[in-house]
Ligand binder design. Structure first.
Ligand code: SF4
Ligand code: SF4
Length: 247
C-alpha cells in the first residue's frame, strides 16, 4: 500500500515561499517516490523549480520514510549544519510526513508541496491506478463485499451499502454526475450485495467487540534513536531508487 500524492500548484508553493530565499528540501523515498512526487526525481524537479523561482537550494535530502518521528528527528540532527542556512523546508511527502516534520520542529517554516489523495497499490502500471478506486479513509471499509471497488470514492453520495434512490432511472449512469457510470452497477457485478446488507445490519445493531490486538512493542529510547539513525544513513545509499525500480 502506498499513499498517493500529487503536486500542489506552482502558485500555491510560490505563495508559501514568497518571503523566503534559502530553502532546504526533504523528499520521502517511499510513498512519494512511487508517484514521482518524491524520491530523487521529485527532489531534483522541485530543486529545479525553486532555482527558477530565484530561491537558493541549500540542501536536498531523500529520507526513507518522512512519517516516522524517529527518522525525521535523526535526519534533522544529522543534517543540522546545512539546514542551519535555510529559512524554509520544503517537504515532498504525504500529509503525515508534513505533520511529522512540523511536530519535530526544524526551527524554520515548513512547506508541504504535495497533496495527499488516498491510498493505492504499489505498481508502475498507470492503468491499474486508473482502474482502482482511491481510499479516502472512511474507517468503515466495505471492500471485501464490493469486489475491491470503493463506493466512497466512486459514488458522489458516498453510499457505503447500496445505491441511491434514483439509480434505477438513469440507465446505468450516475444521476448526480451524468458523465460517468454508476459505480454500484460495477459493485453489483463484482461484489456480494447480500453480504453487504448483512454487514450493514451488523454494524447498525451496534454489537461490537473491540479487538485490542497484540500488546504494543516499542524498542527502548536508545534503540529507537539508533534505528532512526540507521534509516537516515540507509537513505544515503539510495534504497528508494531500488524500491522505485521494482514497483
Ligand atoms: S470503503 Fe473506501 S474509503 Fe472506506 S476504508 Fe474502504 S476503501 Fe477506504
Ligand atoms: S447513481 Fe450510483 S454513483 Fe450516482 S449517486 Fe446514485 S448510487 Fe451513487
Amino acid at each position: 500500500m502506498s499513499l498517493i500524492t500529487t503536486w500542489k500548484s506552482a502558485e500555491e508553493i510560490r505563495f508559501s515561499l514568497q518571503d523566503v530565499g534559502m530553502v532546504g528540501i526533504v523528499s520521502c523515498d517511499i510513498c512519494a517516490n512511487f508517484f514521482d512526487t518524491g524520491g530523487t526525481r521529485g527532489m531534483r524537479y522541485m530543486a529545479g523549480l525553486l532555482e527558477e523561482w530565484g530561491k537558493t537550494v541549500v540542501v536536498q535530502k531523500c529520507i526513507l520514510g518522512c512519517c516516522s518521528e524517529e527518522i525525521i528527528r535523526q535526519a534533522l540532527r544529522i543534517y543540522r549544519k546545512p539546514l542551519a542556512g535555510c529559512e524554509a523546508l520544503v517537504v515532498l511527502s504525504c500529509s503525515a510526513g508534513v505533520q511529522n516534520v512540523m511536530a519535530c520542529d526544524p526551527g524554520m517554516k515548513v512547506v508541504g508541496a504535495l497533496d495527499t489523495l488516498g491510498t493505492a497499490v504499489i505498481t508502475g502500471r498507470r492503468d491499474r491506478h486508473e482502474a482502482s478506486s482511491i481510499c479516502s479513509f472512511c474507517g468503515q471499509c466495505v471492500l471485501a463485499y464490493t469486489g475491491g471497488i470503493c463506493p466512497v470514492d466512486g459514488c458522489p453520495e458516498g453510499r457505503l451499502y447500496g445505491p441511491c434512490e434514483g439509480y434505477d432511472d438513469a440507465g446505468g449512469m450516475c444521476v448526480l454526475d451524468t458523465g460517468r457510470r454508476c459505480v454500484w452497477k460495477e459493485i453489483e457485478a463484482r461484489g456480494d450485495a447480500a453480504d453487504l446488507r448483512a454487514i450493514e445490519r451488523l454494524r447498525r445493531d451496534g454489537n461490537r467487540t473491540e479487538l485490542r490486538g497484540p500488546s504494543a512493542r516499542t524498542a527502548p529510547p536508545f534503540a529507537r534513536k539508533m534505528l532512526g539513525w540507521v534509516a537516515v544513513r540507509l537513505s544515503q545509499v539510495r534504497l528508494g531508487t531500488f524500491f522505485g525500480w521494482i514497483r
